[in-house]
Design a protein around this ligand. Sequence first.
Ligand code: MBD
Ligand code: FE
Length: 306
Amino acid sequence: MTVRISHSAEVRSFFEHAAGLTHDQGNPRLKQIVLRILQDSAKLIEDLAISDDEFWTAVDYLNRLGARGEAGLLVAGLGIEHFLDLLSDARDQLTGRTGGTPRTIEGPLYVAGAPLCEGEARLDDGLDPGTPMLLQGKVLDLDGQPIAGAIVDVWHANTRGLYSYFDPSQSEYNLRRRIRTDAQGRYRARSIVPSGYGCPADGPTQQCLDQLGRHGQRPAHIHFFISAPGHRHLTTQINLSGDQYLWDDFAYATRDGLIGEVTFAEDGAHGIAGRIAELNFDFRLQQATSSDDEQRSLRPRALQDH
Ligand code: MBD
Ligand code: FE
């Protein structure tokens, strides 16, 4: 038996009251959004005959999700963050803003304010005995012209798949740097080969994924914000070839054009002992059409640039 009351005049005006629409105080945009959440939640509860036990289990889940700081992880794992990319791509398609390196999700693990270095940087603190990695390339415009003075803001996990700041055992800003491209548009980073990330096994995101019969693993990857005056901000990642999760990413971030081919140089290359991974990757930026275009989203993030 399906009972429906959510479209009745009484319930509609009751939710309008709850969303603050019966007075002029407050934020009109937020009122519009909250009203829609209330109406759509009510419809979902009716349509799927959500039991009281299911409803209160979900409320408790949200408390546990927030307590563990995993809301950003869940939206990545449920593909909503990737959906935002698909939507931006579709809007760009419609307005003819195509070309350049594809965007892909930021994920929840960026930290602002990493040290700013000129042309090149060492990202690792030398404490993780991972395979040394030499990552280099250029930032170019759509005509293939190098962009000098672009900022390559790069972050990645260590050999255990963990990120500094969120993993307090790592040094400050380990595996995080901002590198300004040189006059030829080049950047160069020495680091270690990252491992793929896995959701905390005892956390609420993995608990949800378990119920969906899904894993919570990402392939090894490197994140980037690429920015330059006059050019459109780019949020993207390089996902490493050969990883078993390359096309089975729980966060759906792998895209054509964003696969990094790792090759290996012999002992002593670049003055580094042992096997060295090499990864070359060029970024191509679209032109900005407004100053907003040059900025990353205002998503709240850990710490501040300085
Ligand atoms: C990550 O490292 C990541 O990049 C994303 C998208 C989600 C969880 C962990
Ligand atoms: Fe990541």
